[in-house]
Write a protein that binds this ligand. Structure first.
Ligand code: HEC
Length: 140
């Protein structure tokens, strides 16, 4: 009987964490809104790359965003992102934007329940690309 070492990979992964302490998330019951601060560690993004992605991914086909010159009103007006983030009460504007792009159905902007749903970009884009978009959407 031979056994491979299936946990070796996990051990290596853990070793790669640089000795940081293990933090286990505490379960909490959330009713009504999404958990706050869940996107607390938004990776650093590059606004220029974000601007390109905004066009290539068709964000401009559904959203107003003045820096991109886009005027479509299928989705919420992204010029007002800071205001939406406050209303959603789910962490910083960047964290809110990151979560909204990665997992659009987690929080639906009031009034847009019946709109053509935003594509699930969490399955299309890498976290870095989402961070680039966030950098573009939140600068200035
Ligand atoms: C097919 C149309 C469509 C496309 C394409 C689209 N969105 Fe959306 N988006 C929506 C709709 C509708 C909502 C509102 C529902 C919701 O909150 O998920 C939304 C919500 C958002 C929100 C959250 C706003 C809020 O207040 O909840 C952000 C941020 C956003 N979109 C960014 C993007 C970016 C960046 C892209 C391109 C990568 C994109 N969207 C592509 C339709 C779209």
């Amino acid at each position: 009987m031979r056994r491979l070492a299936p946990f070796l990979g996990i051990a290596l992964l853990l070793a790669g964490c640089g000795g940081g302490k293990t933090v286990s998330p505490t379960a909490k019951t959330v009713i009504g809104t999404i958990p706050t601060g869940s996107g607390a560690s938004v990776p650093a993004g590059d606004a220029k790359t974000g601007a390109k992605l905004f066009k290539s991914q068709g964000c401009d086909g559904c959203h107003i965003f003045t820096p991109a010159g886009s005027t479509k009103t299928i989705g919420p007006d992204l010029d007002k992102l800071a205001q939406y983030a406050k209303q959603a009460n789910s962490g910083s504007e960047a964290a809110f934007a990151f979560e909204s792009i990665k997992s659009p159905s987690t929080y639906i902007q009031p009034g847009y329940e019946k709109a053509a749903p935003m594509p699930n970009f969490g399955q299309i884009l890498k976290d870095k690309q989402i961070a680039d978009l966030v950098a573009y959407l939140t600068k200035g």
